[in-house]
Design a protein around this ligand. Structure first.
Ligand SMILES: NC(=O)C1=CN([C@@H]2O[C@H](COP(=O)(O)OP(=O)(O)OC[C@H]3O[C@@H](n4cnc5c(N)ncnc54)[C@H](OP(=O)(O)O)[C@@H]3O)[C@@H](O)[C@H]2O)C=CC1
Ligand SMILES: O=C1O[C@H](COP(=O)(O)O)[C@@H](O)[C@H](O)[C@H]1O
Length: 490
């Protein structure tokens, strides 16, 4: 049984409690940690949304969501019932001044408890919600606020949100969540790099030819079409998740694992990203949109059909970007970022492609080795190295992989990154959350790309569902003499 650190009783207030994120991710994550014994029945989860529901009706909805999204653990009916008893529900329209906040005030009588407000609503509500919390005197010294992504849709809107929330909460109490930072494989980058001097010595332009960061999904936009069509892959995935992973891959060693030391190093990477002029966007950014195709041998509709619109949309469901990081460590090394919906496989991974040997002495030369860091599925590592082909008959060299899978090697403690992050917010550990200046630096780099795309400098290319994106994605790497991981033989 994994060791658990019991958390003191706390109050956790979720705004947006009837929404997709709460039902699919937040409450299943809480149930798992409750089941693991990380907190007890004294904790309170106060759930808020506009829908006029009784607490019984709300708990019924949660029960069926948990049966679906935590199907293993919710079989334990006794634990499930105890967990549901911790939940209360208050119907409030957070934007209406005449809403009755009385039940929330009553539920939050204990001023000394840790209090976490979690905003799982549209980001436009973040600042008004904070103002309402202040007006109703609900913000205590023990209060923190968690903000879901996206923080804005541009630098300007992100700054407005940060200012709006910052009026009521000090920066150290603001937890901007990026669930990719809660993934084991992403955190393991710290251990892999900074606890293995041998790897860290190779982690630079001297040894690395290029770096690929991929977050490919087989799912489409599902029920989130209205949000997604406004957002697109660039805002939904690149501005936050991919750039955070890039920071963890490219940053220098922090002085310590403290939140600010980590964030300072990540910020340096964001500030060192080569800015994109419109010309560079044309040459280094591919945008695609899925059309009908097949996934796991079943036909799936295209993006327009998924949206149910009769108009065409100019929103990208796929992005590939070639960029560089202007630091002594990385010099001229290309970083390729790629994400898309309805792709050939669910695969979140980082590939560090090593350089070719300078003076080949063998009659055959396999492609240079690489390190593959699998974040999902099947978290683990593969180090591809050249090896002598065993047996007689000449000296031939071929690649072979050293594999490590987390599942075989360790007991995995957190199944979903929200499990760790929610409880980090309760414990007051902000290391895996994003600081204001990081969010704004990300927008500063992305915005010129979005502007150029809006002016159609990067055309939207169709790709069949179930593929690896538009055909031109290969050419983006081919011009550096490189290829995407799935095209490599071994
Ligand atoms: N879903 C996901 O997978 C992810 C979502 N996010 C982010 O999380 C946030 C929520 O997303 P998601 O759950 O998908 O969105 P949904 O649209 O499914 O849910 C929004 C929630 O907000 C509530 N709400 C809306 N207006 C008000 C209001 N005026 N006062 C109080 N409650 C209100 C809605 O309930 P009601 O209608 O009953 O009021 C509902 O519970 C967004 O910022 C999104 O970008 C981030 C990563 C992934
Ligand atoms: O934040 C988001 O992430 C998911 C992908 O997350 P993953 O953990 O399954 O890789 C993505 O589907 C969603 O569109 C986006 O908002």
């Amino acid at each position: 049984m994994a060791h658990v650190n019991l958390i003191e009783p706390f109050d956790f207030i979720i705004f947006g409690a009837t929404g997709d994120l709460t039902m699919r991710k937040l409450l299943p994550a809480f149930l798992r940690r409750f089941h693991a014994g990380e907190f007890t029945d004294d904790a309170r989860l106060i759930c808020i949304a506009r829908s006029e529901l009784t607490v019984e009706k709300f708990r019924q909805q949660v029960r069926s969501a948990l049966k679906e999204f935590a199907s293993d653990i919710s079989k334990d009916n006794a634990t499930l019932d105890r967990f549901l008893a911790i939940l209360s529900y208050v119907p409030i329209d957070a934007t209406q001044p005449d809403s009755d906040w009385g039940p929330v005030r009553d539920a939050l009588k204990d001023q000394d408890r840790t209090r976490v407000f979690y905003l799982a609503t549209a980001p436009a509500l973040y600042a008004p919600l904070c103002a309402a919390l202040a007006e109703h005197k609900l913000i205590t010294r023990q209060s923190r606020i968690v903000l879901e992504k996206p923080i804005g849709v541009s630098l300007k809107t992100a700054t407005e949100i940060n200012d709006g929330v910052g009026r009521y909460f000090p920066e150290e109490s603001i937890y901007r969540i990026d669930h990719y930072l809660g993934k084991e494989g992403v955190q393991n980058l710290l251990a892999l790099r900074f606890a293995n001097p041998v790897l860290e010595k190779l982690w630079c332009a001297d040894a690395i030819e290029h770096v690929q960061i991929t977050a490919a999904e087989t799912v489409g936009v599902g029920t989130r079409g209205a949000y997604y069509d406004e957002s697109g892959a660039m805002r939904d995935m690149v501005q936050n998740h991919l750039l955070q992973v890039l920071c963890m891959v490219a940053m220098d060693a922090p002085a310590s694992l403290s939140a600010d030391d980590l964030r300072n190093e990540k910020l340096k990477v964001l500030n060192a990203l080569r800015p994109m002029t419109p010309d560079m966007v044309r040459q280094n950014v591919i945008r695609g949109q899925y059309i009908a195709g097949r996934i796991e041998d079943k036909p799936v509709p295209g993006y327009s059909e998924d949206l149910g619109h009769d108009r065409t949309s100019n929103t990208e469901t796929f992005v590939a970007i070639r960029t560089k990081i202007r630091t002594a460590r990385w010099g001229n090394v290309p970083f390729y970022l790629r994400t898309g919906k309805r792709m050939a496989a669910k695969s979140t991974e980082i590939v560090l492609q090593f350089k070719q040997q300078v003076w080949p002495i063998f009659t055959n030369t396999p492609s240079p080795g690489r390190l593959v860091i699998r974040i999902a599925p099947d978290e683990g590592l593969s180090l591809v190295v050249a090896s002598k082909d065993p047996g007689a008959g000449g000296f031939r060299v071929r690649n072979a992989a050293l594999n490590m899978s987390y599942e075989n090697q360790f007991t995995i403690e957190y199944q979903d990154s929200y499990e760790r992050l929610l409880l980090d917010a309760v414990r007051g550990n902000p290391a895996l959350f994003i600081r204001r200046d990081e969010v704004e630096a990300s927008w500063r780099w992305i915005e010129p790309i979005l502007d150029s795309c809006r002016h159609s400098l990067s055309q939207l290319e169709p790709y069949p569902a179930g593929s690896w994106g538009p055909a031109s994605t290969r050419a983006l790497l081919a011009r550096d003499g490189a290829m995407w991981h799935e095209d490599m033989l071994t």
